[in-house]
Design a protein around this ligand. Structure first.
Ligand code: COA
Length: 178
């Protein structure tokens, strides 16, 4: 499963990605609002890439695209396909050095195009920590609608945190296409 854009290649993870993956997941700024703890060890990264390398993007559960710029791994986009195969959750991470260039939005738009236009999904959902402004900005930028704000609903890294909930329907995606 390989998707391309003007600047990016989205492709399956391979064993060779583990060191770079461990490195950006170990950045405290990248891990701040995510479910894992920094540092993220090489052994954890090797286990992760082994698992995702075997996963099937068309099967329910999480599939992870590696995002590459000029042959360098800069981040990932995850798609959690619902059991009904008609809706999915999406998540994304970029190494700090590669943020602020529009790569995340470009990668997420490409995955959304694939999910809605090729796979025929009805809806994609996303959520982020209410303090994660870059993530909320990205979701809004690519067309998601904020649908909710759950107060103190996630216990994360020793505290209760608020979550913002977002959604995007296929018809909204089609209407927003240039
Ligand atoms: C969330 C995250 C992916 C957002 O990354 P990002 O680089 O800010 O997102 P985008 O791809 O939308 O880039 C937008 C920025 O690039 C800038 N930019 C520069 N060149 C650009 C270009 N050619 N095209 C588009 N935007 C460009 C935009 O102005 C914008 O900057 P601003 O937000 O300061 O105004 C990133 O912060 C991250 O990985 N965080 C850690 C992991 C995380 O929290 N993930 C989300 C969990 S819910």
């Amino acid at each position: 499963m390989r998707l391309t854009t003007e600047r990016l290649v989205l492709r399956p993870f391979t064993a060779a990605d583990a060191p770079a993956f461990a490195e950006y997941r170990s950045d405290p700024a990248v891990a701040r609002y995510q479910g894992w703890e920094a540092p993220f060890t090489l052994a954890q990264a090797e286990e992760f890439v082994r698992d995702v390398a075997e996963s099937d993007p068309a099967a329910p559960g999480w599939y992870q695209y590696a995002v590459e710029v000029g042959g360098v791994l800069v981040g990932d986009v995850g798609v959690g396909l619902h059991e009904n195969r008609m809706q999915a959750d999406i998540g994304y991470t970029l190494a700090t050095a590669h943020q602020g260039r529009g790569y995340a939005a470009e990668a997420v738009r490409r995955v959304l195009a694939h999910l809605f236009e090729v796979r025929g999904l009805h809806r994609v959902s996303a959520e982020c920590d209410a303090r994660n402004e870059r993530s909320a900005r990205l979701l809004t930028r690519v067309g998601f609608r904020q649908e909710g704000h759950r107060v103190q609903s996630t216990w994360l890294k020793g505290e209760w945190t608020d979550d913002l909930l977002f959604g995007l329907l296929a018809e909204e995606w089609r209407a927003g296409r240039p």
